[in-house]
Design a protein around this ligand. Structure first.
Ligand SMILES: *Cc1c(COP(=O)(O)O)cnc(C)c1O
Length: 412
């Protein structure tokens, strides 16, 4: 079973697609285990970006000239690629944004006119700051009450508490599909269903799930879903917001400008329909096209294979880390988690371990991972986080373990 997944995915061949994996860091071969912060970019996506700027760079939706038409066509084709990937009903339900943070702020700002001080907004305790702060800002502006769904010692959401907290005043529920700090896969199906029973809308932050899972927004019946292309082999500065059509139509525009209008006069401006209403100004055209290419690249490998292989890496790394007597792993959910391990060594500061690992070419993340409330829950300043992608190998995990052994010897 184990070798099968590895064969099916052909890691050696995949690694050839990622030029950056050939470089050295501090004289050592790069071992890149910070995939939860951003993924590396395959040559196919880099080529797509170069092709755009070399051959058909032009502004979209405006010109009758050939280049503008080619760029428009490629950009709108990418939107359909994204629509198909997430199984949205219509391509107009896919709004290109600069990423998850932008997507969440767009929705939060749109709800300003729909909330009042008798309403409640429920945010999970496992969130990234970008799915906390916009809702706090919304609550400050509207007087709505922000409630936090607590987490457990294992890094799961306390689901029995969820039912207790939901009521007819709950207007919005926010949860990440996967926690970036711990890797927990949250029970979003159940959350969506229960939230809908009281009439609340649900926004799922998919930034950390989309590198590992192919979500079906119609099957989930989710109201809003977000992602960032840079975590799924695409470039930075582009991502998407999925929203159900009627909800997106009801929300007011986020920004005013070109592209988002129908008719403009000083007396009255009417807005364009979806998706343009939410894409004011010249968008990240090349980014959108490359985002589509990145999804094609990942789908070519296949998400089932990706998941099977990454689970293997997760199990192997967890076993090897548990060889350390002083290791503490956070997020020991009994349900499935993605290939993310957050850990500390008793007696060592995460930052010191991370710095020493970097000297040996190993890129680990240390700190609060933009999720300070989770660190507060565990009463720690931060963790060391190793997050794996389908281009990583067990040999790289062995190199990390060696580096961590050295760090333990030197620092303890
Ligand atoms: C990365 C991440 C974000 C933020 O994404 P940006 O691309 O920085 O906007 C939000 N939520 C989760 C769970 C993430 O992993």
């Amino acid at each position: 079973m184990k070798t099968e997944a590895a064969e099916r995915i052909n890691v050696e061949k995949i690694r050839e697609d990622f030029p950056i994996l050939k470089r050295k860091v501090n004289g050592k071969p790069l071992v890149y285990f910070d995939n939860a912060a951003t993924s590396q970019t395959p040559q196919q996506v880099i080529d797509c970006i170069v092709d755009y700027y070399q051959n058909y760079n032009a502004n979209i939706h405006r010109g009758v000239h050939a280049l503008s038409q080619e760029a428009t066509e490629a950009y709108e084709k990418a939107r359909i690629t994204v629509q198909k990937h997430f199984n949205a009903k219509e391509s107009k339900e896919i709004i290109f944004t600069s990423g998850t943070t932008h997507s969440i702020n767009l929705v939060a700002s749109g709800f300003e006119e729909f909330l009042s001080d008798s309403d409640e907004v429920l945010v999970s305790g496992l969130e990234h700051h970008s799915n906390i702060v916009p809702w706090q800002m919304l609550c400050e502006k509207t007087g709505a009450k922000l409630k936090v769904l607590p987490m457990t010692e294992q890094g799961d959401l306390n689901m029995s508490q969820f039912e207790v907290m939901l009521n007819e005043n709950t207007k919005l529920v926010m949860v990440n599909h996967v926690s970036n700090a711990l890797g927990t896969i949250n029970p979003i199906e159940e959350i969506i269903q229960k939230a809908h029973e009281v009439g609340a809308k649900v926004l799922v932050d998919g930034a950390q799930a989309t590198p590992h899972i192919k979500p079906d927004v119609q099957a989930l019946d989710v109201d809003f879903y977000t992602c960032s292309a840079h975590k799924i082999c695409g470039p930075t500065g582009i991502g998407m917001l999925y929203g159900k059509r009627d909800l997106l139509e009801a929300l007011p525009p986020y920004q005013g400008g070109g592209e988002m209008i129908d008719q403009v006069s000083f007396e009255k401006t009417t807005y364009a329909g979806l998706p343009n209403k939410f894409e004011a100004g010249t968008p990240n055209i090349c980014g959108g096209i490359a985002f589509g290419r990145a999804l094609d690249y990942m789908n070519n490998i296949g998400f089932e294979k990706i998941q099977a292989y990454e689970q293997e890496l997760l199990e192997y790394a967890t076993d090897r880390l548990n060889e350390f007597e002083n290791v503490i792993i956070y997020g020991t959910t009994t349900d499935k988690k993605t290939a993310v391990i957050s850990f500390n060594f008793e007696g060592l500061h995460p930052y010191d371990v991370g710095t020493l690992a970097d000297k040996m070419g190993i890129a680990l993340r240390t700190g609060h991972h933009c999720a300070q409330p989770i660190m507060d829950f565990f009463k720690i300043p931060g963790t060391i986080r190793a997050s794996f992608c389908f281009y990583n190998t067990k040999a790289e995990i062995d190199l990390m373990i060696e580096a961590l052994q050295k760090a333990n010897t030197m620092l303890l």
